[in-house]
Design a protein around this ligand. Sequence first.
Ligand SMILES: NC(=O)C1=CN([C@@H]2O[C@H](COP(=O)(O)OP(=O)(O)OC[C@H]3O[C@@H](n4cnc5c(N)ncnc54)[C@H](OP(=O)(O)O)[C@@H]3O)[C@@H](O)[C@H]2O)C=CC1
Ligand SMILES: O=C(O)[C@@H]1CCC=N1
Length: 270
Amino acid sequence: MNMDHVAENGLVLLGCGKMGGAMLQGWLAQGLPPTSVSVIDPNPSDWLRGTGVGINGDLPENPAIVLIAVKPQMMGEALPTLAAMGNGTTLFVSVAAGTPIAAFEAALGAESPIVRAMPNTPAAVGRGITAIIGNAHASAAQVDLAEMLLRAVGQVVRLDTEDQMDAVTGVSGSGPAYVFHMIECLAAAGEAQGLAPALAMQLAQATVAGAGALAEAADETPAQLRVNVTSPNGTTQAGLAVLMDEETGLPPLMRKTVAAAADRSRELGQ
Ligand SMILES: NC(=O)C1=CN([C@@H]2O[C@H](COP(=O)(O)OP(=O)(O)OC[C@H]3O[C@@H](n4cnc5c(N)ncnc54)[C@H](OP(=O)(O)O)[C@@H]3O)[C@@H](O)[C@H]2O)C=CC1
Ligand SMILES: O=C(O)[C@@H]1CCC=N1
């Protein structure tokens, strides 16, 4: 199974907001024909209307893939729409935080092939990372198909057990928001040191983007890259003494942040 299989049999996207839209953008850029995509969304955006995909019209009877990208809180309303779709060969892929595979099996039938996935919004620029796990009825070829589709918008990792999904959500699903907030804080701190707002934001954005690109491209570990910036008794050492404090610095704060997000993911699954 490959992208041709999806193009021939169709892809249904349930919910085209920030995450569904980011992935659709990536697939269309990779050459998935818009005519093979059917979107169900109550308020289609102008961007979506301009793509040429089918919107809130007739759906293919047995699409290759149904991608579920509605909020977990809307799942109860959305699942009956899905139950009418698929004949055992359609693969259902959910990106919803918290919602367990068992909830989809209960609504769609235990024989339905289902892949649970946790992507992130850098998918919009092809730089996402998605963790996936299939249910017992998803064949190896179907999990491969989900992986191929998600690779079009970034990296893909496979999980051994579904319970890892809560921690993944806390790290990479929500993670972009932590990094965006770090940019905001770095810029605000620059302003507090007397820089103009636009200059402080430019410095903060370029520093986070550049450090991320270097961390990905370099052979050294992030720890070594940090050491490379830190001259003995210099400015970075002074700054890091605050940031790396085990009592008041980033390590305990990041542990609490990721734990809170993972706990919320577990809660959404109740
Ligand atoms: N945003 C992110 O960074 C990530 C999100 N996710 C998951 O992706 C899913 C979507 O999140 P996100 O894109 O942020 O949310 P959005 O609210 O941006 O998108 C959800 C979309 O679904 C539409 N919708 C609501 N009800 C229905 C329905 N019954 N049938 C079809 N469409 C419906 C919404 O329309 P309307 O707005 O008009 O209600 C909206 O366009 C969530 O489950 C979330 O956990 C996963 C990883 C990362
Ligand atoms: O905030 C959320 O619940 C979703 C899941 C991961 C990122 N956004």
